[in-house]
Design a binder for this molecule. Sequence first.
Ligand code: OFO
Length: 162
Amino acid sequence: MLTDRMAEALNAQLNAEIYSAYLYLSMAAFYESLGLPGFASWMRVQRLEELIHALKFFDYIVEAGGRVLLRPIDGPPTEWEGALGPFEAAYAHEQKVTGLINALVEVAKEEKDDATVEFLQWYVDEQVEEEESASSVVEKIKAAGGTEAELEKLDGELAMRS
Ligand code: OFO
């Protein structure tokens, strides 16, 4: 059984994961507007990953005897600087989410909730991948040097993400 504090913290993270999905969908829309469908496709896939993260919280709260409470989702930004802007923002966002997950682990430890500490380990590991996948694309965009041909090549590569 979750304590009230633990259930509240898990619900807040469920909300944050849905916000992440909304943010990445907004980035997909931005890339569509730049004529970079491969970049947009990468962001659409990321949006689905975030919904999976959210649903894992949903299921866990229910299984652990808590109540899921869906809250309003903040509106995401809609404009960034060029092709690099969204991925730089995505990397910064994932670093922030890592901090949120770490704080959640601390709450679970303070609540002496071993099951939730164990459940959260999946997210601790996942955040290492999340940061890496955003930062690796930041590096690729920088390496492309902003030329049209290189960006198009990278667009084709990012379109492969499934
Ligand atoms: Fe859910 O990991 Fe990204 O935000």
